[in-house]
Design a protein around this ligand. Structure first.
Ligand SMILES: *Cc1c(COP(=O)(O)O)cnc(C)c1O
Length: 299
């Protein structure tokens, strides 16, 4: 990927979406195209990093997996802002780097592989101590970029939807998005109106765990929200034949692209819930396309 374009496309488009086989009285669906914000820093990772406090002169360090959309987005942000970036990557890909890691290398990032055991201790004081001993002074951005700043960035996305839906003459009843570290859903919940509902689609197995991940960013009073755990397709970054077939169908027949880790699971859930009449036909549903297509590139 080579694009030094920094100008984000904001507000991202809000577009109607309908699959041919949906029943006549299916609810109305719109897609918030955050996947179109930026060719590289895409989707919710652009939103989540918009208010990140990267101090001048300090190197930036973050952590994630070998396909991480977050590391990819943050690495490019550091490149265009002229900052030194170190990615702590779970697992050792040095002999077989992913397309994401190849991009980081070509952008001059420092890649430091850590073991799964080290990764599991990432939130401990010992790990933070090790970071300081090894890398010196730095700004640490947690996994997925999930901080209170990230929640604020997502709230801006919700504000865009309010203005856009008003212009399009409808009022959203329900918002849908994938859930991994939870900050995106938290931003949607805190940005929604009291009368609106927010539905997260779990992309990994984590009943209760994911609810806790979201709740850590929430005040005591919130609009109604929940997480549906039935569409994980065996776990994080796992896929079933049904999910693969669904993604292929959308990518060949519709005007948008999805991938199986995040957006594929959300659109799959949307399709299942609509065909099973889980929503009222009077509902207006806004699905957030959180981007992430870089992660689907084959190694
Ligand atoms: C990271 C990511 C998510 C998950 O967002 P969280 O805030 O961690 O829940 C969803 N979709 C895409 C495309 C992502 O890259």
């Amino acid at each position: 990927m080579s694009s030094n374009s920094i100008e984000p496309q904001l507000p991202s488009p809000l577009e109607p979406f309908r699959l041919k086989h949906w029943p006549e009285n299916a609810p109305k669906v719109w897609v918030k195209r955050d996947d179109l914000i930026h060719p590289i820093i895409s989707g919710n990772k652009w939103r989540k990093l918009a208010y990140a406090e990267l101090l001048n002169d300090e190197q930036v360090i973050s952590i994630g997996g070998g396909y991480s959309n977050h590391l990819h987005a943050l690495a490019f942000k550091c490149l265009i802002e002229g900052r030194n970036f170190t990615a702590l990557v779970r697992g050792n890909y040095s002999k077989n780097p992913t397309p994401m890691l190849n991009d980081l290398t070509s952008w001059g990032c420092n890649i430091h592989y850590i073991t799964k055991v080290e990764y599991a201790r990432r939130d401990s004081p010992e790990f933070q101590g090790w970071l300081h001993d090894t890398f010196g002074k730095h700004t640490f951005i947690p996994e997925g970029g999930s901080t209170n700043h990230a929640v604020r960035g997502i709230q801006d996305m919700m504000k865009e939807v309010f203005f856009q839906s008003e212009a399009l003459n409808f009022s959203p009843d329900l918002f849908m998005a994938p859930v991994a570290s939870g900050a995106t859903l938290a931003g949607m919940i805190t940005g929604a109106k009291a009368s609106q509902c927010v539905l997260g689609i779990a992309v990994l197995k984590g009943q209760d765990y994911l609810e806790k991940q979201v709740s850590r960013f929430l005040p005591s009073e919130t609009p109604t929200w929940s997480i549906n755990h039935t569409f994980t397709h065996d776990g994080y970054a796992k896929k079933t034949p049904a999910l693969t077939a669904f993604c292929t169908q959308i990518n060949t027949q519709e005007q948008l692209q999805i991938e199986p880790v995040y957006s594929g699971k959300v659109f799959f859930a949307l399709d299942q819930l609509i065909t099973n009449h889980a929503f009222k036909s009077s509902q207006n549903i806004v699905v957030i396309h959180t981007g992430g297509l870089q992660g689907a590139r084959a190694s």
